[in-house]
Design a protein around this ligand. Structure first.
Ligand code: NAP
Length: 233
C-alpha cells in the first residue's frame, strides 16, 4: 500500500540536522517531494543531493525571508501539501540573564515563523481539501523548567496555536498536529542540563513515529502527542 504521503509536496524547516533531517529522510522514504530549509547551506546541499530535494537557506528569524521562502516553495513545487515546522532554538539562561533580543529571537523562530508558514499554506490546503500542518512542540509546551522560561513560553504558544488550527481547519480535511517530544539526541539535546544524554529519544525512531502519525488518513486523528522516553533501570 503506498503511503498517503507519497507524492505529497512537503516543506520541512530545520532540515539541516537533528530531528528535521530525520523527518526529511523518512518523508523521502515514503515518497514525499521535498523542499528543505534551515540556515546551513552546506548541510542542506548535502541532504538535498541525498534525497533529491530542493532547498533554500534562510534565517527564520527574518520575517521577510520567511514570506519569500513560502513563495519560493510554492512556485518551485507548485504548492505545499504538508508543512513540517521543526526548526527551533533553545535559549538557556536565568530570567535575569534573558534579554529582550533573546525573547524576540526565540519567539521569531519558534512561533512567528510557524505562524507565517501555516498562514501561507493552510488556505491552499483547505481549498484542495487535504493537508498536514505539523508543529514540533516539546515537553516544555506542558511544563515549566528553570532557566528556559522563554523557550517554555514559546512552546506553550506553539501548542495553543496548533490547537486552534486543528479546530479551524479540521472541517477542511487539513490536519494540524503538535508533537511534543522530551529530550532528543541532537545538538539541541546536548544543551539540556542535568539529564543523561544517552537516554534521550532517538531522532530516527521519533521521525519514523511522526511520519506514521501524520500518515493516518481516516476519520480518526491524534492531533496532540507527547512523546517521552522509557528509562528502564
Ligand atoms: N533536542 C531536544 O531535546 C528537543 C526536545 C523537545 C523538542 N525539541 C524540538 O525539536 C525541534 C528540532 O530540534 P532538534 O533537537 O533537531 O534541534 P537541532 O539539532 O538544534 O536543530 C535545530 C534546527 O533548527 C534550525 N534552525 C535554528 N535556528 C534557525 C533559524 N534562525 N533559521 C532557520 N533555521 C534555524 C537549525 O538549522 P541551522 O542551524 O542550519 O539554521 C536546525 O536544522 C525543535 O523545534 C526543538 O525545539 C527538541
Amino acid at each position: 500500500m503506498p503511503s498517503p504521503l507519497a507524492g505529497k509536496r512537503c516543506l520541512i524547516t530545520g532540515a539541516s540536522r537533528g530531528l528535521g533531517r530525520e523527518l526529511a529522510r523518512e518523508l523521502a522514504r515514503v515518497g514525499g517531494e521535498l523542499f528543505l530549509t534551515a540556515r546551513d547551506e552546506e548541510a542542506l546541499a548535502r541532504l538535498g543531493t541525498e534525497l533529491q530535494a530542493t532547498w533554500a537557506a534562510i534565517d527564520l528569524a527574518d520575517a521577510a525571508a520567511v514570506d519569500h521562502l513560502a513563495e519560493e516553495a510554492r512556485s518551485t513545487l507548485g504548492g505545499i501539501d504538508a508543512l513540517i515546522n521543526c526548526a527551533g532554538v533553545f535559549p538557556v539562561s536565568t530570567l535575569a540573564d534573558t534579554d529582550l533580543a533573546t525573547y524576540d529571537h526565540c519567539f521569531s523562530v519558534n512561533v512567528r515563523a510557524p505562524f507565517q508558514l501555516c498562514r501561507a499554506f493552510a488556505p491552499d490546503m483547505a481549498q484542495r481539501r487535504w493537508g498536514r500542518l505539523v508543529n514540533i512542540g516539546s515537553s516544555s509546551a506542558y511544563a515549566g523548567y528553570k532557566d528556559t522560561s522563554v523557550y517554555c513560553a514559546s512552546k506553550h504558544a506553539l501548542l495553543g496555536f496548533s490547537r486552534a488550527l486543528h479546530d479551524e481547519f479540521k472541517a477542511h480535511n487539513v490536519r494540524c498536529y503538535c508533537v511534543s517530544p522530551g529530550s532528543i539526541q541532537t545538538d539541541m539535546g546536548r544543551h539540556v542540563r542535568g539529564q543523561d544524554f544517552s537516554t534521550f529519544l532517538d531522532p530516527v525512531e521519533l521521525a519514523t513515529f511522526i511520519v506514521e502519525l501524520i500518515s493516518q488518513d481516516g476519520p480518526m486523528i491524534t492531533e496532540e502527542v507527547r512523546v517521552n522516553r522509557m528509562v528502564i533501570r
